[in-house]
Every structure is written in structure tokens, then in C-alpha cells.
Design a binder for this molecule. Structure first.
Ligand code: TMP
Ligand code: ASP
Length: 254
């Protein structure tokens, strides 16, 4: 909101200074982009859905003992999060070949992987978030070996938790992307889960029909994008309302 000081505007979110030191307000926009901004659209209600879905997922992940930046949801489009220094990496975990893995390695989309695969990409839009090796991360000091170990083990635990959570509502977790941050608390520094987990950052397929319920509907022009996100929210028991009932205005409160 305009009365707050904006810290950063990303493609799908805006960060504002929070009400207390060490906090940030994370605002979920309706904007959707793909292929590094080549494709752009406003999907009415997407921000509201991602705010709610990400809240639900972050709370669940917190309950299994993984530290996250999430503090509380403030309203339909905003959540209060802990301030942290984002580690400039996108950590991807895959259970089934799809997307860039299928393209790069020539593996048919939908092929189950014999074990979850964790990949690191450099968070750099200009370079198109290139896939990198752990050696690049340590050579260029993007993260320490300890942080790499922590990110891999947390990502695999998140994957186990989310696979079960989604399977319980008839959804296959194909892959997802997470980001981590360094949280400073006096002398202590720890690695925490940051950003969001939503259908923007996961591939979610219906278990029975393989119907896509995620941002690939936008990337691949499949239509009914927010309807699919609302379906995910409904299945998780988060939102009962239909997407048309979601107010687009910023001041809306829950
Ligand atoms: P990919 O197959 O295109 O590399 O995507 C892997 C996962 O990461 C998929 O669930 C979508 C997610 N993702 C993001 O959240 N942000 C991005 O910029 C990209 C390219 C993928
Ligand atoms: N988030 C990326 C972009 O905005 C790509 C994607 O999600 O496919 O271009």
C-alpha cells in the first residue's frame, strides 16, 4: 500500500517495510509473467489465492520444524514476514520430469524420477536464471557449503511433506521452486525458507487425469488459470469462495 515504504517490486510480489524492525510486508500482485517477462498478464484474484495457499503451506512446513520467514497473514493480499537476506539461488526439487529438465535432457514429460532431484539456479533474470553446480555456488561465494547442505536437506523434507499433503487431495507434486534467506538474530544467523510456495512456483497435476493445476496453464496458454489455482485452494480446504467472489481491490481484508 502506498503509505508504506516500498523496498522492492518483483514480478508477482511487492515488499514493503513492515510495522516493526525486522519485518516486511509481502504483497501478492495479480500479475503473471513467464519466460522472463516475455509474456505478461493480469489474472484477477491470483494474488489473493497465492497469499492464502502460501500461508497454508508455510504454516504446515513450520509445523514440521523447518524455519520459515512467515509470521502471519495480514489481509487478502498481504502477509507479514521476517526480514532476511535472500540467498541468490532458486532451489528446484523434482519428482517427475517436466519443464526445463525434460527439454534439457530429452526426457518425456511425466516420466517419474527414481529419486527426487534437487537443482540450483542462479537468481538472475538477465541471464534467465541459469542452472548451476554446487561448485559455482562456492566458487562465487553465493552460499557456503553449510548453507548448501541445509538448503538441500530442508528442500527434501519440504518435498516429502508437500508430496503427502497434495497426494491427500488428489494432486501430484511434479516439481517446485523455493528460495532461502539468511535471518540474523543478534549474533545468530540461520537459514530460513523465504519467498512463497504456490501454484506459481510448483507443478501440480491432478492424480487421476494429469490435468495441470499450476502456472503452466498460463505459460502454455491452456486457459482457466485462476480457476485451477482456486481448485487447489478448495481441495486444500482453504477457500470456499468461487474466484469471481474474490475482490480485486488492494484494501480488501479477510
Ligand atoms: P522449470 O522446469 O521451468 O525449470 O521449472 C521448475 C519449477 O520451478 C516449476 O515448478 C516452476 C518453478 N519455477 C519458478 O517458480 N520460477 C521460475 O522462474 C521458473 C523458471 C520455474
Ligand atoms: N517467473 C519467470 C518469469 O517471470 C518464469 C516462469 O515462472 O516461468 O519470467
Amino acid at each position: 500500500m502506498s503509505r508504506r515504504k516500498m523496498i522492492y517490486e518483483g514480478k508477482a510480489k511487492i515488499l514493503y517495510e513492515g510495522p516493526e524492525a525486522g519485518t516486511i510486508v509481502q504483497y501478492f500482485k495479480d500479475d503473471a509473467t513467464a519466460f522472463n517477462n516475455e509474456k505478461h498478464a493480469t489474472l484477477e484474484g491470483k494474488g489473493v489465492l497465492n497469499n492464502r495457499i502460501s500461508e497454508f503451506v508455510m504454516l504446515g512446513i513450520g509445523r514440521i520444524g523447518i524455519p520459515t520467514h512467515f509470521l502471519k497473514r495480514l489481509n487478502m493480499r498481504e502477509q507479514l514476514v521476517r526480514k532476511c537476506e535472500i540467498i541468490p539461488l532458486e532451489v528446484i526439487c523434482r519428482n517427475v520430469a517436466a519443464g526445463s529438465m525434460s527439454k534439457r535432457l530429452g526426457i518425456e514429460e511425466g516420466t517419474p524420477l527414481s529419486r527426487p532431484v534437487v537443482e540450483f539456479c542462479l537468481k538472475n533474470d538477465e541471464l534467465g536464471d541459469p542452472l548451476i553446480a554446487e561448485e559455482h555456488i562456492t566458487a562465487f561465494n553465493w552460499a557456503t557449503p553449510l548453507e548448501i547442505d541445509e538448503m538441500i536437506s530442508m528442500t527434501l523434507r519440504i518435498n516429502d511433506y508437500l508430496c503427502g499433503m497434495f497426494a491427500g487431495v488428489g494432486i501430484r507434486l511434479v516439481d517446485f521452486k523455493v528460495e532461502y534467506g539468511r535471518h540474523f538474530d543478534g549474533e545468530n544467523e540461520r537459514t530460513i525458507l523465504a519467498d512463497e510456495i504456490s501454484p506459481d512456483s510448483c507443478r501440480l497435476w491432478d492424480l487421476e487425469t494429469d490435468e495441470k493445476l499450476d502456472k503452466d496453464r498460463f505459460r502454455r496458454d491452456l486457459g482457466n488459470v485462476t480457476e485451477a489455482y482456486a481448485d487447489v485452494a478448495r481441495r486444500l480446504g482453504i477457500m470456499k469462495e468461487s474466484p469471481t467472489a474474490i475482490p480485486a481491490n488492494d484494501e480488501a481484508t479477510s
